[in-house]
Design a protein around this ligand. Structure first.
Ligand SMILES: *Cc1c(COP(=O)(O)O)cnc(C)c1O
Length: 220
């Protein structure tokens, strides 16, 4: 059994103050989330819209819910009323749907543009050129109910630090460049259990940690 409170405290004490910890609670029961909550954690990440909707309904209302996985357009409506940050904006079509649902809710939803930085073909997200084109595109500028506040990326699953350093470093350069163009650009979400120390060294200011907080996940 993972000691969730202890894990949170240890990780928080090691992270620089300006790095936000997202506790990735996907597949985990409410009791586990409440242990983290009681240890002071308020930001949680989920990757299934219905699961997040249900947890939002059942748990304290001062939790910030971050959506972190590929988001299907037909699921946006379930999270639009309350989601705090969507880390996985990966197409204009998705942006339009989020904008529409945010508009229905009379709110502006913050999103991160997801870059695929791992060199693997199958991963969701833009490559760097596509992302710049997307961010500068006219149709995006017309969407008044979404605000793009930064970038997110997942590195290759590897223990090779030089590969991680390179992939995170490239995303940081992209982030710095975009920051000069966009006032709202301020979040750089990179780093998971396996690689967050390198990510933070390379300039991440938001890490998404699941198993190092809650222990391994059991997928049924
Ligand atoms: C599951 C997940 C995480 C957390 O993974 P851990 O290795 O358990 O820390 C972070 N980011 C995304 C996008 C995920 O899907």
């Amino acid at each position: 059994m993972a000691n969730i409170a202890e894990n949170i405290q240890k990780i928080k004490s090691e992270l620089p103050d300006d790095v936000t910890l997202v506790a990735v609670s996907k597949t985990k029961p409410n009791e586990d989330l409440m242990q983290a909550y009681d240890a002071g954690q308020r930001v949680f990440g989920e990757n299934k819209a219905r699961e997040m909707e249900q947890k939002h309904e059942e748990l304290p209302k001062d939790i910030e819910w971050h959506f972190i996985g590929h988001l299907q357009r037909n699921k946006v409506k379930y999270i639009a009323p309350f989601v705090k940050l969507i880390h996985s904006l990966d197409s204009l079509r998705l942006a339009k749907e989020i904008n529409k649902r945010a508009n229905n809710e009379d709110r502006v939803i913050d999103c991160l543009v997801q870059l695929h930085i791992s060199g693997e073909e199958t991963k969701f997200g833009f490559d760097y050129d596509e992302a710049i084109e997307f961010l500068r595109s006219e149709p995006l500028k017309e969407l008044q109910n979404i605000r793009i506040v930064g970038a997110m990326g997942m590195a290759l699953h590897t223990d090779d630090k030089s590969v991680l350093k390179k992939q995170f470093g490239e995303l940081k350069s992209f982030f710095d460049k975009m920051k000069k163009e966009y006032d709202h650009f301020k979040v750089l979400s990179m780093g998971m259990t396996n690689d967050y120390e390198v990510a933070v060294e390379e300039g991440s200011n938001m890490v998404r940690l699941g198993s190092s907080i809650f222990g391994p996940r059991n997928y049924k």
